[in-house]
Design a protein around this ligand. Structure first.
Ligand code: URA
Length: 210
């Protein structure tokens, strides 16, 4: 994957995202749509995975059939909203290894502080896909990616639903080697760090909290 930012251009993605943005969309619909859209985004972010062949036997004859090369992927959910994207992707890639990074923002320093970190072994040999629906200020995403690098990950991609120009820029400066795949690039951040037009708080909308 060579582009730093890929905005997935597909009518199904665009349509589903529009319904998710609408403020009156129910929690159940939001969750279902997030699941569906995550399959389409996962399809896109894995499009260039290296493939090799292996010898198999069909009921008809032997053949050299394509199979994904290398160690199993690592999917890393950035808590808590990352879990909404993770569930869908796991339907498509059920053998992936899964990790979690939990960060909260210190109210005084405004810096991200880690409260949970558990990732698969041998990250250095895996394609590592970090997932978080909203790339807003980029502070927690940048910190989470740094933690993954500190744990050995060398080939990292970042998957989100919505990105802000500010967040993309921040990631590009901090981690130019980490390609971003998103369903849409929105206009800007507001003074509270929310993406505009956005969809509100992704975690609240998928979990029905306020
Ligand atoms: N996190 C969200 O859930 N929504 C935003 O708009 C920004 C960050």
């Amino acid at each position: 994957m060579t582009d730093h930012l890929t905005v997935v251009d597909h009518p199904l993605v665009a349509h589903k995202l529009t319904v998710m943005r609408e403020k009156d969309t129910s929690t159940a619909s939001f969750r279902q749509l997030l699941r569906e859209i995550s399959l389409l985004l996962a399809y896109e972010i894995t499009r260039d995975l290296p493939v090799t062949t292996k010898r198999i036997e069909t009921p008809m004859c032997p053949m050299d059939a394509p199979t994904i090369e290398g160690k199993k992927l690592a999917l890393i959910s950035i808590l808590r909203a990352g879990n909404g994207l993770l569930d869908g992707i796991l339907e498509l890639i059920p053998a992936a290894r899964v990790g979690f990074v939990g960060l909260y923002r210190d109210e005084e320093t405004l810096e991200p502080v880690e409260y949970y970190f558990k990732v698969p072994t041998h990250l250095e040999d895996r394609l590592t896909i970090a997932v978080d629906p909203m790339l807003a200020t980029g502070n927690s995403s940048v910190a989470a990616v740094q933690k993954l690098k500190d744990a050995g990950a060398k080939d990292i991609r970042f998957l989100c639903l919505l990105a802000s120009p500010e967040g993309v820029q921040r990631m590009k400066e901090a981690h130019p080697d980490v390609p971003i795949v998103t369903a849409a690039l929105d206009s800007h951040l507001n003074e509270k760090g929310y993406i505009v037009p956005g969809l509100g708080d992704a975690g609240d909308r998928m979990f029905g909290t306020k």
